[in-house]
Design a protein around this ligand. Structure first.
Ligand code: 13P
Ligand code: SF4
Length: 329
């Protein structure tokens, strides 16, 4: 989704969420970053889990992993600065080998991406010869290079259903895999070690607790949560699908079972809704701050580049995902 707010619009969004002195500091940095963006002919992509100052202040495009990967394949700029985590910047780099792709902090990783290596995938392929491999986009380029096709939380079921095989190796998110397994007759071979450190913390008891307090509560979960959590929810989808569902729902009280900043960003988009409950923070996403974004553009750091022999194979699995995802079922 394109997002290019004026400074006054940004101030309005932040007013509901920050103290006045914090807004002043943020606006100074936002102006500096916008100037650098012009000078360097850079485009900034921002994931839905960015804090509101980053999300509303400096993003040209915002969205979920699928939307931003697609956007990254279409941008016309010399520099792409990815405000998200490392595997997302890597995906942008794989799709744009000629462009400079930057991330403001190289330590912004992901517990799912860290749960599996290319060697693990090669071993699984030896154990199950000929079985196709579908890999969640939350993984390294080396892992993507060993994969037949990628998927995201927005299209995982569609991708699995479109593969011509009764058995599929589905990596690395075990909970996303279990959520998809409930909706398909195919047999999924899963990777038990793959869990999101944020979504694995939610329990169905959390949901029951809040349901008792609000009769009309709308509960929306991310499919990286365990199946008892998604079963106790009214809707499960990618971060952008969650936002779309809220946009269309008349219900006022909303429990978002996902990362904290998502609720902050939506709180300011839907002032009439009541976002309730506790949330868990992704320490990786939170490494991306306005000050580091300013430095990233100023010093053109930190470049994310994938060796071409890996990128070429990884690109195939991402482009195949686009083909399967954007064609009618
Ligand atoms: P989305 O693709 O739904 O935006 O999810 C990415 C992610 O890392 C969720 O934890
Ligand atoms: Fe990875 Fe979970 Fe953080 Fe998303 S929220 S980047 S899946 S650790």
């Amino acid at each position: 989704m394109k997002l290019n707010l004026s400074i006054n619009e940004v101030k309005e969004k932040l007013q509901k969420l920050y103290m006045p002195h914090e807004i002043d500091q943020a606006i100074d940095l936002i102006k500096e970053i916008r100037e650098l963006k012009k000078q360097k002919n850079a485009v900034i992509l921002g994931h839905n889990y960015m804090t509101p100052d980053v999300y509303y202040g400096v993003s040209d495009f915002v969205g979920d992993s699928l939307g931003l990967a697609k956007q990254a394949s279409e941008v016309d700029a010399d520099i792409i600065l990815f405000n998200g985590v490392h595997f997302m910047a890597e995906t942008a780099s794989v799709l744009n080998p000629q462009k400079k792709v930057l991330i403001a902090d190289l330590q912004a990783g992901c517990s799912l991406a860290e749960s599996i290596t290319a060697e693990d995938v090669r071993r699984l392929k030896q154990m199950y010869p000929g079985v196709p491999v579908v890999t969640y986009i939350n993984c390294s380029a080396e892992v993507k290079a060993e994969t037949d096709v990628c998927c995201t939380s927005a299209n995982a079921l569609k991708i699995v259903q479109s593969i011509d095989s009764d058995t599929i190796i589905f990596l690395p998110d075990v909970y996303l895999g279990k959520n998809i397994q409930k909706q398909t007759n195919k047999r999924l071979i899963l990777w038990e070690k793959g869990k999101c450190m944020v979504h694995e913390q939610y329990t169905k008891e959390d949901i029951e607790y809040y349901r008792k307090q609000f009769d009309d509560l709308l509960v929306i979960a991310h499919p990286e949560c365990n199946t008892d959590v998604t079963e106790a929810s009214d809707f499960t989808g990618s971060t952008s699908q969650m936002a779309d569902f809220i946009r269309k729902s008349p219900r006022k009280n909303v429990l978002l079972v996902t990362e904290c900043s998502m609720a902050d960003n939506l709180r300011s988009e839907f002032p009439d809704k009541n976002f309730i409950g506790t949330c868990h923070t992704c320490p990786h996403m939170k490494k991306i701050t306005l000050a580091k974004i300013r430095d990233a553009l100023l010093y053109e750091q930190y470049e994310v580049k994938v060796p071409e022999e890996i990128a070429e194979k990884a690109r195939k699995s991402i482009l195949r995902m686009f083909d399967l995802s954007y064609t009618k079922a």
